[in-house]
Write a protein that binds this ligand. Structure first.
Ligand SMILES: [Zn+2]
Length: 340
């Protein structure tokens, strides 16, 4: 078995606040005199009985963590550490997802909030030998007009390289809000050449995946794992080239599946789906990108050639330039050619 931390890969599903290291959260909480629930700093906040996991507990913990990020220095630190941690695990391309709304009050608005993240992404790319691009994400909990404002802002920074916006997302509780009402925001993003990367098919099943597909025309689905409950839908998504950002630890942390073995990774791959493994929120789920590949190996029995294919899928599903994709894919070939 080859070292999975040396396998070049792209990380396409990581949230800004959720990427935070536990030590960083402790330090920021102390610095800003914010009390955080002890579960958050006990290293494995969602290791609780399955029936207590659920979205609301997750949301409460996430909000508490976000309350510790209070300004430009904190924001820059988060991006830098996310890049460093990703690079250390073999990621050559990170597309980090941020909703600037929560940080805007500390830095003078959503525009500076986005610009700080983009500038930090550029600096972190140079510092850590990884490309860090940004997905701007709207929240289902807010008004669809807010999503449009964010889409217009994201469009101004559209590109494919480090420190540029590559995609537009829709996050937060999938059961909240009317998906179709966000279509206008996604049209703005689409016209600017941004990838459509909404969440869907984690907390809700195939019928909501269909709504997301119809309204938001995703290039990649955040999660999408439950699309497999309808084989015809899955076949359509595969035929349309929609990629799946599969985050096993998140699925289990939120109680979508009882155990890692129940995450339908093998059946998605067998159906021909383009899968990019992601960590979603390491702070909450207690595992980073590499752990997802280790899960594929040890829980789902993926061989090294199959793991290399997963890495290739992630690279192809990214918005990196063709030169970057070619370089990373060549690295995957080298990894596989190296002695086990
Ligand atoms: Zn997510």
């Amino acid at each position: 078995m080859r070292d999975l931390s040396k396998l070049p890969k792209a990380h396409l599903h990581l949230h800004f606040t959720g990427s935070m290291r536990v030590e960083t959260l402790r330090e920021l909480a102390a610095e800003h005199r914010v009390r955080v629930p002890s579960a958050l700093v006990d290293d494995d906040p969602l290791r609780v009985p399955a029936d207590e996991r659920g979205w609301f507990r997750f949301q409460r913990l996430y909000d508490a963590a976000r309350a510790c990020v209070r300004g430009e220095a904190d924001m820059r630190r988060l991006v830098d550490e996310a890049a460093a941690d990703d690079a250390a695990e073999g990621s050559g391309r990170l597309e980090i997802q941020v909703d600037p709304t929560s940080y805007a009050p500390f830095v003078g608005g959503i525009t500076p909030a986005v610009e700080i993240v983009l500038d930090a992404a550029k600096a972190a790319s140079a510092a850590h030998g990884i490309e860090v691009a940004v997905v701007v994400a709207a929240s289902r909990m807010r008004h669809p007009l807010d999503a449009r404002t964010l889409a217009r802002l994201a469009a101004r920074y559209a590109g494919e390289g480090p420190g540029e916006v590559v995609g537009f997302g829709l996050s937060n509780d999938e059961r909240h809000g009317d998906t179709a009402e966000f279509a206008a925001a996604f049209r703005i993003a689409h016209r600017a050449g941004l990838a459509s990367v909404p969440h869907g098919g984690e907390l809700l099943g195939p019928s909501h995946v269909r709504e997301v597909v119809t309204a938001l025309r995703p290039d990649r689905l955040g999660h999408g794992v439950r699309a497999g409950e309808d084989p015809r839908l899955l076949a359509e998504l595969v035929a349309d080239g929609v990629a799946f950002e599969v985050c096993p630890a998140s699925n289990v942390g939120l109680g979508v599946y009882p155990a890692l073995a129940d995450v339908p990774l093998g059946s998605l791959v067998d159906a021909g789906a383009q899968v990019a493994l992601g960590a979603d929120d390491p702070l909450l789920f207690g595992s980073r990108l590499l752990d997802q590949y280790e899960t594929a190996r040890h829980v789902h029995g993926f061989s090294d050639p199959e793991l290399a294919d997963l890495a290739r899928s992630s690279i192809r599903a990214s918005r990196a330039s063709s030169a970057t994709k070619a370089r990373l894919l060549a690295g995957v070939d080298e990894w596989l050619a190296s002695p086990a």
